[in-house]
Structure formats: structure tokens, C-alpha cells
Design a binder for this molecule. Structure first.
Ligand SMILES: Cc1cc2nc3c(=O)[nH]c(=O)nc-3n(C[C@H](O)[C@H](O)[C@H](O)COP(=O)(O)O)c2cc1C
Length: 428
């Protein structure tokens, strides 16, 4: 990929939706031309079938598992623990396993459709650490999230880099949920040598690493970079390049993120109920326009306030447009602070490209930020989005991400100059 001249702000600005832009370019696609949503390495690679009764297998499997098969007239959608804009699933997961009994030390691709690990690289004295946390070795797991961007740009064109980053954040959230269920701490890492890893893993320009989640025991030890390059395998059955997306990825892969001290969240979910929530998480298609209780709403918001386990952080401001919460005035809130009173449901419906879910919700939330690193900020927004899904669904409250909104007009409603990264709705 060529050295980029694009900035994150220029990308965000150029991919804003407006009433006019959506009229001119409504993103209609011929569904029969959809690129494949699953990546497979060739048959000769060694595979480990994941057995959910084995806790290590279950930890890995639950990060990406298929949880519902939905049949349409001409297609079958395989829905997963992680949501995805347009159910296009651009994200892939790789996991390095070191010194875990019963699994050969190596780098594996998680083959989601067959619930198995494909061994793509055997470790000797080398590994992913040298690209991520030099001079350390991890006895445990290093998850990498990548995006096969054409799966999303096929439909959403230039705006799809936003969805790739948000989806990646959701996927990190799915890893965090699986780690929580398996009593493991994780640390998210956004600032590392992503470009070096893309080369080492043989991704060419067709797939790119967005984030890493580490779980295990850290040791002071030098690990060599991968001694040989992993062969290129395409994540789709066909491909069309988008230079704008590739340049945006490059530019946002090398910028430093803001910093914070690492802190772990502490949740007190009932584990069995939380597991069922993870397995049954879904996006709502239509609300019944019922109110939710204030207690439930505040509980959900509290889960969002829990620390995000990373040192590479970007601050996200959460705006809530409250339509239907018992004992709460309708209006726009920043956190719990009421900014303006009023029923803005028609407005949020309009702003989210006339989607009824943003009008009929109990609350329509907007995540905004004036980040240093856009790729990190979008992923943190997606990560919080996954938390919001799970905390809501845990209480029987429905949720959906909303990636499409009129950017400038949303900023006007929120009275902010910061970029609007993501909208998300909850309700019943
Ligand atoms: C980043 C993102 C953006 C989304 N945007 C929308 C949207 O604008 N409208 C909508 O109805 N659903 C939206 N969704 C929900 C997806 O359509 C949904 O996740 C996908 O169809 C898979 O279904 P599931 O979440 O029930 O597993 C979005 C999801 C994500 C993660």
C-alpha cells in the first residue's frame, strides 16, 4: 500500500451522510454479487475442531460463534455473537496460543463457519509479541482482529471503513465477554506495528489488522519476529480495491492514540444468565414503543461507565436522547445531565436516515469524540456498543447499532463540534 496523505478528519468529513448524499447514492446492491463472508485457509493446513466442553476451546469459540441461521429467499445468513453493519462481517480473528496445555504453540486462524482453529504458523522462538509488545512474551493468548474490507466496501463504499472499525470494536467486545465468562482478564492494544504484521501475515492490500487483545501471563523475554511470511489467502471469493479506504487505514494505523492507565472493569452479572445473553444477543428490527424503567436505564448506563481495559484510549462522550424512560423527562442528556427538554423522537428517526428504530426506541444514544486516533476511537465506540447490546439484552431490553445518520444535522441536535462516531438504540 502506498504511503498515505489522507487524514482521519478528511476521511470522516468526506464520508458524512446528508439528506442529499443519501438521495443521490442510496447504496443499492445486487445481493447475488455479495462477496463471501468467511475466510478459509487451504485444506492441507492442520485444524483443531473446537469443543465447547473444553474451557480453552470454549473461550476462543465464543469470541465469534455463529448463534443463528436465518434463511431468506435466495440466501442463508449466519448470524454471530458479534453484530455487524449490514450483516457483512468484515472482521476475522487470529489467535496466537503459547504454553496452553493441549494446544500446540502457534498462530491460528479462527474458521468461524466450521468452528475450528486452522494452524497457520508454528512458533519456535518467534511470535506476534515482537510487533505488539517488544521484549515481552505472553504465555496465553494474543487475539488479532483484522478486516477483509471488501466485504463491507462492496455495499457501503467509502463509508465502509467506519463500519469496519466499529465492527472491529464490537468483535473486541465479544472477546471481552467471552473472557469475562471464562474468568480471564484481557488488555486491548491499539498502538502497535500493524503494518509490519499485515506484511508478515501475508494480507497484501486485502485485509488489515485493526486491534489486538491479550490475555495471559507476561514475561520479560525477547521474541523474534515471524521467521517466514504466512502465504496470502484471500478472505473473499473476489475483490475490488478501494484506494481511499486503504489510505485511510494506513494513516490511522500509525497515529498514536491518547493514553490512560490500565484498569480492569468489574461486572456482577449472573454468569449463567450472561452466557445466555451472549448466545441470544440480537439486533431489534422493530420496537413496540414501550417505556423502560429508570432503574434499568441507569443500570445499563453504569455498565458503560466501567473501565475499558486498555492503555491506548480515546474518550467517548455519550449523548442520550430519552424518549420513553419512566420517571425521566424526555430530552437530550449528556451522561445524566439534562441539556434540553423535549420530545425529539421524530428528529432522531429522521437523523438516522428515517429508520423507525431510532424514533420508536426508549433511548437513542450517540457516541461522539474528538480523538487523537480515529481508528482507535471508532473501535472504542464499537466496544462500548457491544457492552450496550449485552447489558440491555441481559435485562430483556432490545438494542441495535445504527451506523447510518446525517452527520452534520446530528451534531446540530447534540450541539457539539465533535465527530459523531456511532448511534445506537435501546428499548422494547
Ligand atoms: C456498526 C453497525 C451498524 C449498524 N447499523 C444498522 C442500521 O443502521 N440499521 C439497522 O437496522 N441495523 C444496523 N445494525 C445491525 C445489523 O444489521 C445487525 O447486527 C446484523 O444484521 C446482524 O444481526 P444480529 O445483530 O441480530 O446478529 C448495525 C450493526 C453494527 C454493528
Amino acid at each position: 500500500m502506498p504511503q498515505s496523505k489522507i487524514s482521519a478528519n478528511a476521511y470522516h468529513e468526506a464520508t458524512k451522510h446528508s439528506y442529499l448524499s443519501v438521495q443521490i447514492n442510496p447504496n443499492y446492491v445486487d445481493a447475488s454479487t455479495q462477496p463471501s463472508a468467511f475466510k478459509f485457509y487451504p485444506k492441507f493446513y492442520r485444524r483443531v475442531k473446537l469443543n465447547v466442553n473444553n474451557p480453552v476451546h470454549s473461550f476462543i469459540s465464543l469470541t465469534s460463534a455463529i448463534t443463528l441461521e436465518k434463511e431468506y429467499k435466495d440466501s442463508l445468513d449466519k448470524l454471530r455473537v458479534n453484530p455487524s453493519a449490514g450483516a457483512l462481517y468484515p472482521t476475522e480473528v487470529y489467535v496466537q496460543v503459547r504454553k496452553i496445555p493441549g494446544i500446540l504453540d502457534g498462530i491460528y486462524h479462527l474458521e468461524v463457519e466450521n468452528n475450528c482453529l486452522t494452524l497457520i504458523y508454528e512458533l519456535i522462538d518467534d511470535g506476534l509479541e515482537s510487533y505488539i509488545i517488544p521484549d515481552k512474551s505472553i504465555n496465553g493468548f494474543i487475539f488479532l482482529i483484522s478486516c477483509v474490507y471488501y466485504r463491507s466496501s462492496w455495499k457501503y463504499q467509502n463509508r465502509s471503513a467506519r463500519y469496519c472499525f466499529l465492527d472491529s470494536g464490537h468483535h473486541l467486545g465479544a472477546i471481552a465477554a467471552s473472557a469475562y465468562l471464562h474468568k480471564k482478564d484481557i488488555q486491548l492494544i491499539f498502538d502497535f506495528d500493524k503494518l509490519g504484521l499485515n506484511l508478515a501475515l501475508g494480507f497484501e492490500n486485502k485485509e488489515f489488522i485493526t486491534a489486538c487483545a491479550v490475555s495471559g501471563e507476561l514475561q520479560e523475554k525477547q521474541v523474534r519476529p515471524l521467521r517466514i511470511k504466512v502465504p496470502f489467502v484471500c478472505g473473499t471469493d473476489y475483490f475490488e480495491a478501494n484506494q481511499f479506504i486503504e489510505d485511510t487505514y494506513q494513516a490511522t494505523a500509525v497515529q498514536k492514540s491518547s493514553e490512560q492507565t490500565l484498569k480492569q472493569p468489574h461486572f456482577s452479572f449472573d454468569k449463567d444468565k450472561f452466557l445466555q445473553t451472549v448466545l441470544h444477543r440480537r439486533s431489534i428490527r422493530r420496537f413496540r414503543k414501550k417505556s423502560i424503567s429508570q432503574e434499568d436505564y441507569l443500570y445499563i448506563m453504569q455498565q458503560l461507565q466501567q473501565p475499558i481495559p486498555t492503555e491506548n484510549h480515546e474518550e467517548i462522550d455519550i449523548y442520550s436522547v430519552v424518549h420513553r424512560v419512566e420517571e425521566m423527562s424526555c430530552g437530550l442528556y449528556k451522561g445524566t445531565h439534562l441539556i434540553k427538554t423535549g420530545n425529539f423522537s421524530e428528529q432522531t428517526g429522521y437523523l438516522c436516515i428515517n429508520q423507525a428504530i431510532a424514533k420508536d426506541s426508549a433511548v437513542t444514544l450517540f457516541f461522539v469524540s474528538d480523538y487523537l486516533n480515529y481508528q482507535t476511537a471508532m473501535q472504542i465506540a464499537g466496544f462500548l456498543g457491544q457492552r450496550l447490546y449485552l447489558a440491555s439484552n441481559y435485562l430483556g431490553i432490545q438494542c441495535s447499532g445504527v451506523g447510518a445518520f446525517y452527520d452534520d444535522e446530528t451534531q446540530e441536535l447534540l450541539e457539539t463540534n465533535k465527530d459523531v462516531l456511532y448511534a445506537i438504540v435501546i428499548g422494547i
